[in-house]
Ligand binder design. Structure first.
Ligand code: DUC
Ligand code: ZN
Ligand code: ZN
Length: 475
């Protein structure tokens, strides 16, 4: 009788703080031993020359998310999770969206129906709160948080999603009382709409003008305001998809003042620039996302923020709209104003290789990679210690990497249902060859080996201690 169900033998294990040669022993889907010359496994994987890393947690992706404008997400839980697994990701956190005027509890029920029996990796849900009525704040959210939906995204822009400052304060105060985590999409809505109107009046409507309608002060101001509101309530906040220097400075300054401000960035802010939106014809729509990609100097600022710990989370913000599709980027045709082009780029499968390439190029080290792609997202969203680490007692969610493999990214090789990748033709060094979820191989050299439904729903813990209302005493 073997000592373990599985032994991954001879690899270099990478954690958030160090790397070391060790075998990994797995029993019942859990890591039960780490060490040299472990006993036998019923199955064995030879990881000689490979890196054995925690499977990635993609803490920001959009799958099968309903929208009000008629656009359709190309990926649901099946193709999305397959693509995630092929790219070394073992847990995904997409969003259950409350429609304005609708029930959040119903949104969660509907989203479970969309996910049930489909995923090949494990998943948790963030909520998107668009209508924080007294009932939502007083009843629905406390009950949902108790059931494991402990993080929610709020928007400062998009007419059908945005909250005003008072509503943001209500959500932040609820988050403090319940120990939840609020993620903020920080862009100034009125500035965007004013600039958009002026650009359209001047006939400037091609995709590049999306970037012109959202210059960096749009993000800087909203980031500053989101941080200020969270400071007033005295509650942690996380700024999602940070694109460049000005927002980074706001976050870095706040962190230096001791505020619990967390930040996320994404591959599009490391590899794309606004020149990509200026490509001829409608081609730029492939890279149209919000906030928009900036320039090379800003890419360097984002790399530096990953190195110095300003960012805790690296996510894809996978927003899967097909290009040649009247339900995708071409919703209103190729001559339509940028205003009507669905926002977002795909990235579930390419997220980790693009960041890993930063190790190969000497921009970041391996512990930083592990921290921002797995360990810290798990901690911040209440999935630790079960997820995000190679440690005894954690789920055996593991990506085995060939650190030397050179791959030229090509959409034809990816597993999502989108008809393009904005990273076509980029060569990266380092690729995940085997992805395991709870000790079972889900993806091997791009082949999916588990059936839809293998992935299970993960209720999240409260990431923060619940606290009483902030003091009203004279300061
Ligand atoms: N921006 C978002 O806020 N969400 C989806 C994609 C995008 O570009
Ligand atoms: Zn957003
Ligand atoms: Zn998003």
């Amino acid at each position: 009788m073997a000592d373990f169900d599985l032994v991954i033998r001879g690899g270099t294990v990478g954690t958030a703080s160090e790397s070391f040669r060790a075998d990994v022993g797995v029993t019942d889907g859990i890591i039960t031993a780490l060490g040299s010359n472990l006993g036998s496994g019923t199955r064995e994987i030879d990881a000689t020359g490979r890196l054995v890393l925690p499977g990635g947690i993609d803490a920001h992706c959009h799958l099968d998310q309903p929208s009000g404008d008629g656009s359709i997400c190309a990926d649901g839980f099946e193709s999305g999770s397959r693509s995630a697994a092929a790219g070394g990701t073992t847990t995904i956190l997409p969003f259950a969206l409350q429609m304005k005027g609708g029930s959040l509890t119903e949104a969660v029920k509907d989203y479970h129906e969309r996910a049930d029996g489909k995923a090949v990796v494990d998943y948790a849900f963030h909520l998107i709160v668009t209508d924080p009525t007294a009932h939502v704040i007083g009843q629905e959210l406390p009950s949902l948080i108790a059931r494991g939906y402990t993080s929610f995204k709020i928007y400062m822009t998009y007419d059908d999603l945005k909250l005003n400052d008072r509503q943001i304060l209500e959500v932040l105060a609820l988050s403090r009382r319940e120990g939840a985590m609020v993620m903020v999409h920080a862009e100034n809505s009125d500035v965007i709409s004013w600039l958009t109107d002026r650009l359209e009046q001047a006939g400037l409507t091609t995709p590049i003008y999306h970037a012109v309608s959202r210059p960096m002060p749009v993000e800087r101001e909203a980031t500053h305001r989101a941080i200020s509101l969270s400071e007033i309530v005295d509650v942690p906040v996380l700024i999602v998809h940070v694109s460049g220097r000005e927002a980074v400075q706001q976050i870095h300054t706040a962190q230096g003042r001791g505020l619990r401000v967390y930040a996320e960035t994404c591959p599009q802010y490391l590899y794309l620039t606004e020149d990509d939106l200026a490509k001829p014809g409608f081609e730029g729509a492939k890279c149209l996302c919000s906030p928009p990609p900036r320039d090379k100097a800003n890419q360097e600022v984002i790399w530096s923020g990953l190195r110095n710990g300003t960012f805790q989370v690296f996510s894809s913000d996978h927003a899967p709209f097909r290009f040649e599709d009247p339900a995708g980027k071409m919703l209103h045709g190729t001559d339509a104003s940028f205003r009507y082009v669905p926002n977002g780029v795909p990235g579930l499968e390419t997220r980790l290789p693009l960041l890993f390439n930063g190790i190969s190029e000497g921009r970041i080290d391996l512990p930083t990679f592990v921290r921002v792609t797995a360990t810290q997202p798990a901690q911040i969203y209440g999935l630790s210690p079960r997820k995000g680490s190679i440690a005894i007692g954690s789920d055996a969610d593991i990506a085995i990497w060939d650190p030397e493999r050179k791959v030229t990214i090509a959409n034809a090789d990816l597993h999502h249902a989108v008809d393009y990748t904005p990273y076509e033709g980029i060569e990266v060094t380092g690729w995940p060859v085997t992805t395991l979820v709870r000790g079972q191989v889900v993806s091997q050299e791009g082949e999916t080996l588990q059936s839809p439904g293998y992935g299970t729903f993960l209720p999240c813990e409260r990431p923060n201690p619940p606290l009483p209302e902030p003091s009203l005493a004279v300061r």
